[in-house]
Design a protein around this ligand. Structure first.
Ligand code: AVJ
Length: 321
């Protein structure tokens, strides 16, 4: 290798690549390296995420489900009759059942998810169980601008559902951008938003470093996905799962850390990792009730009721659009 000559940077040729391929190449060309967490959710990644939700250490899912169960009647009352529900990042469509069961004649349900196969299967199962409901799955990336079908002519109000604290995956500017888009598509209705609350960092740390290593497998699946889809040659055993609480930024960060100096090939291009170098794969911001309400207000919502659990681990916000 010629060490002392300036080598002009080759332009990153990304035409014809998938969004994942383009974003992975851009991530590897940048310093520090980071990629959006949406790429975790191919079919194996979505299945691993479902296992995370069952882990003893991972409190958000079971806590939010507990709030939905305890408050379903009040939430359904806020939603009103004949409503149309738009769910962002709908996943396995389990939480929505708690709302549908309590609602007064829901008219239509539009689950939006990036994981097409997973969504189609989950939507088919839901449709079987709710024969009178119009289920209209939308395979889309809601971090990009979103166009939704028109509201059905005689439908009640349109209510967004964004559970799981997925809002926390966005940086504050990205969260504002998303909420402004949501306020626009839900105008006249409302958004029911789940947000994880700040708590003892030891509990946060445990939730993202489970004893069974499912979260590690979920994180490493990003590299396995690159091997499957991008002809990459990541050696998974040469990368470590790292998750820690970044106190000044109030977020859990997940990284994949290179355990040694190594070269990888992705989409036919070579990249090197030094020992200890990381690929930042996820942020999971934690909120206070007030910080979430302030963010929603800035995005054009009028915050209404807030439901939490007895230990104040998690919050559900009613935001008027
Ligand atoms: C549901 C996407 C918000 O950040 O807690 C779980 C994803 N990552 N364990 C979260 C996740 C690692 C989760 N979100």
């Amino acid at each position: 290798r010629r060490r002392f000559e300036a080598v002009p940077a080759e332009p990153l040729e990304t035409a014809g690549l998938s969004a994942f391929g383009q974003d992975m190449l851009a991530a590897l060309a940048a310093s520090p390296r980071s990629i959006a967490p949406k790429y975790f959710y191919d079919a194996p990644g979505s299945a691993l995420f479902d296992r995370i939700c069952e882990l003893p250490e991972y409190y958000p899912t079971r806590t939010e489900v507990g709030i939905l169960q305890a408050q379903a009647v009040h939430i359904a009352e806020a939603i009103g009759p004949n409503a149309e529900i738009v769910e962002f990042g709908a996943g396995s469509l389990l939480k929505i059942r708690l709302l549908l069961d309590a609602m007064d004649r829901p008219s239509r349900y539009l689950p939006i998810d990036i994981s097409g196969e997973h969504l189609a299967q989950a939507a088919a199962r839901l449709q079987q169980d709710y024969a009178g409901l119009e289920v209209l799955p939308v395979v889309a990336d809601y971090t990009q601008d979103l166009i939704l079908p028109r509201a059905a002519p005689h439908a009640g109000r349109r209510v967004g559902f964004f559970p799981g604290s997925t809002i926390g995956n966005f940086t504050p500017p990205q969260a504002l951008h998303f909420l402004r888009m949501a306020a626009r598509v839900l105008r006249g209705g409302a958004l029911l938003l789940g947000a994880d609350l700040f708590k003892d960092p030891a509990l946060l740390h445990a939730a993202y470093n489970d004893a069974q290593g499912v979260t590690a497998a979920f994180n490493l699946n990003l590299l396995a996905r690159a091997n499957r889809e991008l002809g990459a040659d990541f050696v998974l055993s040469q990368f470590a799962h790292s998750a820690f609480y970044n106190a000044p930024l109030r977020r859990i960060e997940m990284h994949l850390v290179s355990l040694r100096e190594q070269q990888v090939t992705v989409c036919g291009r070579r990249f090197s990792f030094s020992e200890g170098e990381s690929l930042h794969t996820e942020n999971s911001h934690k909120f206070t009730v007030d910080s979430l309400r302030a963010l929603a207000t800035e995005a054009g919502f009028t915050p209404g009721r807030v439901w939490t659990d007895p230990n104040q681990l998690f919050s559900l916000h009613w935001l008027q659009a």
